[in-house]
Design a protein around this ligand. Sequence first.
Ligand SMILES: Cc1cc2nc3c(=O)[nH]c(=O)nc-3n(C[C@H](O)[C@H](O)[C@H](O)COP(=O)(O)OP(=O)(O)OC[C@H]3O[C@@H](n4cnc5c(N)ncnc54)[C@H](O)[C@@H]3O)c2cc1C
Length: 576
Amino acid sequence: MSAREPGFNRARRHWLSAAGIGAASSVLPGLSACRRAEPGGLRPDVQGGWVGAHADRGHAWRDAQTPNAACAPPRRVHTLIIGAGVAGLSAARTLMRAGLDDLAVLDLEDTPGGNARGHLVRGLPCPLGAHYLPMPGPDATEVAQWLEEIGLIRHEHGRWVGDERHLCHSPQERLFIPDAKQDKPGLWRGQWRDGLLPQQGLSADDLAQYRRFSQDVSTASRELGFAMPTFKRHWHAGLAALDQQSFAQWLSKQGYTSRPLLWLLDYACRDDFGAGLGRVSAWAGLHYFASRHGFELPGQGEAHDAVLTWPEGNGWLTRQLARDLGDRVQTGQVALQVEAGRHEVAVQSWHAGHQCRHSWLAQRVILCIPLFVAQRLLRTPLPPLQEMAPRMAYAPWLVSNVMLTTAFTDRPGMPLSWDNVPYTDEGVAGVPMPSLGYVDARHQSLAPATGPMLLTHYWALGGQDATQGQAMRSALLKGSWQDWARHVLADLSRIHPDLPGLVQQMDLMRYGHAMSIPVPGVRGHAALAALSEPHGRLHLAHSDLSGYSVFEEAFTHGVRAARQVLAASGMARRMA
Ligand SMILES: Cc1cc2nc3c(=O)[nH]c(=O)nc-3n(C[C@H](O)[C@H](O)[C@H](O)COP(=O)(O)OP(=O)(O)OC[C@H]3O[C@@H](n4cnc5c(N)ncnc54)[C@H](O)[C@@H]3O)c2cc1C
């Protein structure tokens, strides 16, 4: 998984030096060290398994299989936050800073962070999900304020400058271009190229379409207004028209046919939204570029490409957010039921460790969970939630951390980079959509790069339509970890045939409902906007409220909901 649009900006810096590509070949030793495995094969001695998610807990409320014994007498808190993802943690932090520290944050998993958690494979840190945060744009003021506070960025000469230790080190991204002549089926010959913008063998028409798309993004940005977080801009008919059609439909109407351009746009959608351009709305497809720095062509303008990243991905950020909350964060606690009364809200949760129920009574509850979960928890239906929950579509994802005993034999063209992406539309047997490639989890490590190699392989499985997405979710949830490890190895070994022989351990994280896909009709729906308003003693904050999921959206919803709680509690003047 790669940086969003800034990655493409980065790529353009190397466009003009394309003639030099290939000179920096970096063929690593390692082939002799490998044990035998069929290409894509999983050796029986490889350790691994599913990690990170307790699907049984997630389904506890649905299946009502939880015992009824009470753990303790009901507990009162002023504000109860359900969900310790980015939104829940940022809400808690905002309340604490304003002096409202009578709060608890419940999460069903054993560690806070939600989709932005880190993991360890044999002591080495790696991401389980989200792994980078671009330098904040002009509308992400709440995020920027926090990053400044924790010393990650500073304001210099009117712009944000990131701390070099946490900005992605060079080389940042490379694209593997398979050769038309294959060695044998399932194996690719080819070379790595710098950046993610396909640059090889472009026709005059491809180049013209790149330029036209760049202009369309600039025009949309200037005339329609896109922001991240998206709720900071007024929603109007022009945006609604884009939201009513798929990105694929819009591109076709505009006469875009260039294969490299369409690959790039499809990759961008899979990368940020978890599904292809046939599924996401034209609003989302344009928002990806227009809410940041546009689709910049090779050789144009300044690079606006900096991203902050860590070996454990955004788990580093959520650890910072959770740091001052102490035991206010209660993990292993599955919220089962929420009943909003006139004077307080009653919440039931199930303690997975103690196998018993907790009762909570709160003045205010902030629901920082996906909308489909929120709808099921509420005893009294919330009309806009009933309207929206069935409309939401969620992308399944697979994130695999693959530890190798030593470095694989690399292909020529570019050295190992932070993000390594194959330029292909082809999946592997059993998985029709291509992967997003892999991230070198040790890239940001300041330790010498010797010893094992740790790769984080990303696969967004939302597909090009709802049927494909649903089929992938079933396959992901039904398959064994070994089945999916084989798919991942089949994917990786197309580029690195010796890689399966070097694998020591594979830790796989599967998400059935990883992130909401901005399908047509979701972002612009009035009920979605209504959910950002307070509903009596209930408040909602989750990236779902933006119709798609990135750190900036989740964080800002958390701050917004916390400010509503403070205002309702007469503490508005103390807002952070
Ligand atoms: C594989 C992957 C890669 C990603 N990469 C990036 C990236 O690089 N950069 C980026 O900006 N964004 C990325 N994202 C998007 C990411 O989802 C957001 O950045 C952000 O982490 C979303 O936070 P959230 O609080 O909205 O939701 P979530 O992370 O979904 O948090 C919701 C929390 O609620 C908890 N919960 C759910 N039900 C219950 C219940 N009944 N009781 C108690 N707790 C419950 C969950 O356990 C979870 O912790 C990625 C997402 C995925 C899945």
